[in-house]
Ligand binder design. Structure first.
Ligand SMILES: NC(=O)c1ccc[n+]([C@@H]2O[C@H](COP(=O)([O-])OP(=O)(O)OC[C@H]3O[C@@H](n4cnc5c(N)ncnc54)[C@H](OP(=O)(O)O)[C@@H]3O)[C@@H](O)[C@H]2O)c1
Length: 271
């Protein structure tokens, strides 16, 4: 069996650093024809494109990298991003809705606006992205090799306990995992598979603050006694985007060493 994305065209939101960049790199290394990345900052887009171009060149791959800055939490920006992407690609096979944000604070100090902001990016923008790109995905998918939507959810969608007061984040990730299952039923007949990834803790800009405080205990509690590394998320992405996984639709795949089975460190004592 061959696990690859040979000749595929992909869009990865939040593809300029962290898990999104890991996903984009995996697609480049496993044969993608074109990988489109986006994030808010133009400089981050340029740097990530330069990195991915170098990865392609260094590994004898011919992927074209397209980087377009956009704030996808803003409806108009996302619509413009969709138009710009549509003008540059001839087909779309893979959408990785990865961009996300978090906010942690005790209940009494937790701004309602922070919850709203997190939900806007982690849920509404994911929905909006899927809505915009679905017609293109439907054109390129086949019964033997459907198009793929991967939603970057989180182990937080499976474990209701959290150590840092990330109320909106937990709700957002449970929400998108559920939305993914709903869309899997609806889009399956149109040859689009929708699956969610539920990573545990991977060191990135987003998780570093939490890991500084809870990193050691998270490693101790994890059945594999370590945090996630790049190869862990890349393996899951390539598996779920390859032809042999054509019959896997509507799952939420933990990529967490089994941490969802044992939960998170204790919740904050301060409310
Ligand atoms: N790291 C973990 O342990 C972990 C665990 C479970 C799930 N996840 C999920 O994985 C995804 C990626 O997280 P990460 O840890 O890699 O975070 P990260 O390092 O903070 O990366 C987030 C990416 O999203 C982009 N982004 C943020 N807001 C955006 C917006 N409004 N419009 C467009 N792009 C935006 C960022 O670039 P700009 O700042 O330039 O916009 C960046 O490229 C998130 O959905 C997160 O919830 C992470």
């Amino acid at each position: 069996m061959e696990f690859n994305v040979n000749g595929k065209v992909a869009v990865v939101t939040g593809g300029t650093r962290g898990l999104g960049l890991d996903c984009a790199e995996a697609l480049v290394l496993h044969g993608a024809k074109t990988v489109v990345i986006t994030s808010r900052k133009a400089k981050a887009c340029e740097e990530a494109k330069a990195y991915l171009d170098k990865v392609a060149k260094g590994n004898g791959k011919s992927a074209t990298i397209i980087a377009i800055p956009a704030d996808i939490a803003k409806d108009q920006d996302l619509e413009q991003f969709f138009k710009d992407v549509s003008a540059k690609i001839d087909r779309l096979d893979i959408l990785i809705a990865n961009a996300g944000a978090s906010w942690g604070a005790p209940l009494s100090e937790h701004p309602v606006s922070a919850v709203r902001k997190v939900l806007d990016l982690n849920v509404v923008a994911v929905f909006h992205c899927i809505k915009l790109f679905t017609p293109l995905l439907a054109e390129s998918g086949s019964a033997e090799d459907p198009s793929r939507i991967l939603i970057m959810s989180s182990v937080a969608s499976l474990v209701p306990q959290d150590a840092a007061g990330t109320y909106g984040y937990l709700a957002s990730k449970a929400g998108v995992s559920h939305m993914g299952k709903n869309l899997a039923i609806q889009l399956g007949p149109s040859n689009i598979n929708v699956n969610s990834l539920a990573p545990g803790f991977f060191p990135t800009k987003m998780s570093n603050g939490l890991l500084e405080v809870f990193g050691e205990v998270m490693v101790e509690m994890n059945p594999k006694r370590r945090l996630g590394v790049k190869a862990d998320i890349q393996a899951a992405v390539i598996f779920l985007c390859s032809k042999p996984s054509a019959y896997i639709n509507g799952i939420v795949l933990p990529v967490d060493g089994g941490s969802h089975l044992v939960g998170s460190p204790s919740p904050p004592s301060k409310i």
